[in-house]
Design a protein around this ligand. Sequence first.
Ligand code: CUA
Length: 357
Amino acid sequence: MMGAALAFSQSTLADYAYNLQTPASQVAQDVFDLHNLIMLVCLGIFVVVFSAMFYSLLKHRKSLGHKAANFHENTTVEIIWTVIPFVILMGMAYPAARVVIDMKDTTNPDMTVKITGFQWKWSYDYLNDDISFYSNLSTPREQIVGTAEKGEHYLLEVDEPMVVPVGKRVRLLITANDVIHSWWVPALSVKQDAIPGFIRDSWFKADRIGTYRGQCAELCGKDHGFMPIVVEVVSEEDYKVWVEKKKGAAASAAADNTRTFDAAELIARGETVYQANCAACHQADGKGLPGVFPAISGSKIATGPIADHINVILNGRPGTAMAAFAGQLSDADIAAVVTYQRNTWDNKTGDLAQPAQ
Ligand code: CUA
């Protein structure tokens, strides 16, 4: 019994660590060191102040016949308690300012990646390599919630991680498409609000190959907790292989836009597109969340004219949370998701959309 309890507490402890995450970049290391320095200074102040206070309380207590001192002004003491905090604050401000300046120095990047926050996923545009993709939560939400309800840990995974080469300065241009999000990867010491209409820049240079994880750090709606960030830092050779693979995938997506599909293929593909892009709001069963997100199942849009249905997906609905998917999804993906929606749940129209010819 004891052994089991001990093993449990050890495995639990092994999953956690005190202090900040192990730094994976020089800036993160500097932040870590700065944090420890300030922590030590505060600890020193705490010990000195509380020692003096408790010493005075005990040594000069009333029961020993001491009386409260009653005096005005003491220039020496006032100078001392002004100068000492000033020196301490300057001692912390100087290294802190240096770290902030380093953090914000986005000059001379080796590559630039634009990151956009969406409700609820991220997109990455590699400006030098001409690659764009979305990074969606890949674990089904029900599974995550089920695991959490049992008190167990879960790891939020994405379908497409951000991949970068080790030892390169990566400049980030961070923005958002709908509401404010925040791109946060602690081990790389980047935490930058992603604000619609603004492009904020940041940077990192990862020093170690590995997988680094983060989360959206700005409350952005229902699925704020399901916007994980995964950054894979790889060798330069592996990065080149990844770039080629991504470009190949983009080429085959372009080829898809000009071929004809049969119904089964479109519907199967549409289900994948739906789960990745629509299910977060409209739910896996298409029934929506009453009062918040409209149902697709049995709706006028999904059973009415196909042109209207395609139009809503392409252009969104201004003034609502429904985003425009033109440019976000390929023509083939839009055709697939329209066909899927029109041929499942309570919508059996038999309509097939096809990619634009
Ligand atoms: Cu996006 Cu919180």
